[in-house]
Every structure is written in structure tokens, then in C-alpha cells.
Design a protein around this ligand. Structure first.
Ligand code: HMG
Ligand code: MG
Length: 307
């Protein structure tokens, strides 16, 4: 099998995971957890979201969280921004990496950010250009790449159109979202084959939710096609609040098992990741969905029940 030697993990749990948690963690709990993620050796952590607190109350303390975390040199701490107002808030507290986001399908885009695709593109162009003028790194999420909760199948041409526009507007990397976890390995191969004709592999990341248990299989397909960036959330936390039934991202701990087991380096220490997992489990107060966390508990790791 043709696999890369190294993969970069983009930990999105503090944003994608917590935005969908029914229990709101306190600012202090979030800061402690993000600090423990920093200790693991992760190089990219999406720490929060500067979206409307009315839409996502769980992350209303974005500024306080970013101000409170330890910033380790060499680690990229990013946050989601939907518009100029979000960018202004993010830049105001010193963020140097942001992520814009939109969907490849109209109805999910409308439910998630209250705009059509054509209304969204100029907003993201303006956010990207302002962010670049401030020397920020800019990621561009494309959601519903593999299927939409409202429209079903999504045409690859629609994905391509949005992704290419974001690249033209200046985003550094496109993260391809399987928002509702419907992708299969063959579909992943088909979508990536088309996108890789236009966008180099090192500017693409896979952001797979694991709703139907296919995320790791899809990631493996991506790796064989030259993808070296993978988004994941510790413990498999989260989902998208505007995608009914969507479960969490593929779990960082499970991705790590797959990668390290295949001899692929990540720079992340497994033992430290398990410590961070224990802290997360205590904070959310329930068990997590990842396979690795279940094995860890079965082998005597600390459970949330001990709190
Ligand atoms: P809207 O209601 O159309 O916004 O929401 P608006 O521009 O009309 O403004 C309405 C009010 O919101 C105003 O306040 C604004 O000031 C305020 P009022 O005057 O009524 O008091 N407002 C803001 N406040 C703080 N920060 C801001 C901001 N913007 C406006 N940035 C909006 C439009 C985009 C704001 C809203 O729809 C929103 O915040 N949506 C975010 C939804 C979200 O976060 N979804 C989850 C993340 S996406 C995801 O999970 C998918 C991903 O993981 C990839 C994948 O899995 O596929 C990335
Ligand atoms: Mg997501």
C-alpha cells in the first residue's frame, strides 16, 4: 500500500465537538482541556468559533477561551469565522489562523449560515482577503461534500465550484467535510480523483464525521491518494447542530491508532492523548464514542464515573 510517512492531524474537538455538546463546559474546563491537547504534541488545534452566540451558545466564550489558553510556539491555534464581524472579533484577540466555512449544497448552507451559496461567496472572499492582509492562515471548509441532510446527493461539480472559488479567493487549505458521515471508500476515491486534478493534495484535508462508521476507511483511501492532512476530534466528540442526526468527527485517538499502526508519524504522543481524553471525559460527564477510549477504559483507564 502506498502510504505517506507523515500526516498532520487537525484537532477540531474544542470547536466541532463542543458546539454540539448538550452540556456546556465552563471556560476554565475548555482552557484546561485545550492545554492538555497542546501537551500531546498536536500541531494544529481549532479552539473555538467566532460565530453568532445566538446560533451556537456553547462557544459564546470564544474570546475568553483563546485569551486563556497556553500558546505553544509552533502550534497553530485556529477558530471558525463566518463573516467580517467574526473575523474582527478573532483578530481583536490575536488569532493568526482562521477558518471560513460554507456548504456545497444550498439547503445546508442556508440552515447553517442563513445565506444562499451565491450570497456567501462574496462574504468569504472579503473575510479571506482581510485575514490575509493581517497575515493570517486561512482554511476553507466545504461542507456536505459527500451528501446533504436536506438534499441527498451532492454533485462533484458543485463541490468543485465552491472549493475552486475559495482557493481563488486566497484560502490556504480546503477541508472537505463529510458533514453527515455518509461517504464510502469508493465515493471518497471518486471525489478526490476529481478534486486532485485541480487542487494539490497538500492543500486538501479530509474532515470525516463517523456517523456510519466509514470514516477511517475513507481516510485510508485518502492517504493512498496522497492526502496528508486529516481533521479529527478527540473521543469522536460532536457533530453539526444544523445537520440532524450527524454524529461526531472521526476520533483523533482512533485515527492515531490507524496512522501509528501503519508506521505513519504524527508527532502526537499516545499516552498524553489518553490523559487528555480522560480530562475530556470528566468534563463532559459521559463516555465517548471512540473505539480507543473504550479500550482504554476496559484496560483500567479512568472513567467519568469516578468523578
Ligand atoms: P444571521 O442571523 O443571518 O446574521 O446569522 P446577521 O448578519 O443578520 O446578524 C444577526 C445578529 O447576529 C446581529 O446581532 C449580529 O450582530 C449578530 P443583533 O443586531 O441582532 O443583536 N452576529 C454576530 N455576533 C457575533 N459574532 C458574529 C456575528 N455575526 C452576526 N460573527 C450567521 C448569520 C452566519 C452569523 C449565523 O448563521 C451563524 O453564526 N452561523 C454559524 C452556525 C455554526 O456555527 N454552525 C456550525 C459550524 S459549521 C460545521 O460544523 C461544519 C464543519 O465542521 C465542516 C463539516 O463538518 O462539514 C465546519
Ligand atoms: Mg464538522
Amino acid at each position: 500500500m502506498n502510504l505517506p510517512n507523515e500526516v498532520t492531524i487537525w484537532e477540531v474537538g474544542p470547536r466541532d465537538g463542543l458546539q454540539n455538546e448538550p452540556i456546556h463546559l465552563s471556560t476554565e474546563q475548555k482552557i484546561a482541556w485545550i492545554n492538555s491537547l497542546t501537551d500531546t504534541g498536536l500541531s494544529h488545534i481549532e479552539v473555538t468559533s467566532f460565530v453568532s452566540p445566538r446560533w451556537i451558545p456553547q462557544l459564546a466564550d470564544a474570546a475568553e477561551v483563546f485569551a486563556g489558553i497556553q500558546k505553544k510556539s509552533g502550534v497553530m491555534y485556529s477558530a471558525l469565522v463566518p463573516n467580517e464581524q467574526g473575523l474582527e472579533r478573532a483578530l481583536g484577540v490575536g488569532l493568526t489562523a482562521v477558518a471560513v466555512f460554507m456548504s456545497a449544497s444550498e439547503m445546508h448552507n442556508k440552515k447553517n449560515i442563513n445565506k444562499t451559496i451565491d450570497e456567501t461567496l462574496p462574504v468569504l472572499r472579503s473575510v479571506t482577503q482581510t485575514a490575509k492582509a493581517h497575515h493570517s492562515y486561512v482554511r476553507g471548509y466545504v461542507s456536505t461534500v459527500f451528501g446533504c441532510p436536506y438534499e441527498g446527493d451532492v454533485k462533484i461539480d458543485n463541490v468543485l465550484r465552491v472549493a475552486l472559488q475559495l482557493v481563488e479567493d486566497g484560502v490556504d487549505q480546503i477541508s472537505l467535510g463529510d458533514t453527515i458521515g455518509v461517504a464510502t471508500p469508493l465515493q471518497t476515491e471518486r471525489v478526490l480523483s476529481r478534486l486532485l486534478q485541480e487542487i494539490p493534495a497538500n492543500r486538501l484535508s479530509l474532515h470525516m464525521h463517523n456517523t456510519r462508521g466509514t470514516a477511517l476507511a475513507n481516510i485510508l483511501v485518502g492517504l493512498t491518494m496522497g492526502i496528508t492532512h486529516v481533521d479529527s476530534a478527540l473521543g469522536g466528540l460532536g457533530g453539526c447542530p444544523y445537520a440532524p442526526g450527524a454524529s461526531g468527527n472521526v476520533a483523533t485517538d482512533d485515527v492515531l491508532y490507524l496512522l501509528h499502526g501503519c508506521g505513519i508519524q504524527t508527532g502526537v504522543e499516545e499516552g498524553k492523548l489518553l490523559q487528555s481524553l480522560e480530562l475530556l471525559q470528566k468534563s463532559v460527564g459521559h463516555s465517548l464514542s471512540s473505539h480507543a477510549s473504550k479500550v482504554h477504559l476496559a484496560q483500567g483507564g479512568e472513567s467519568c464515573a469516578t468523578v
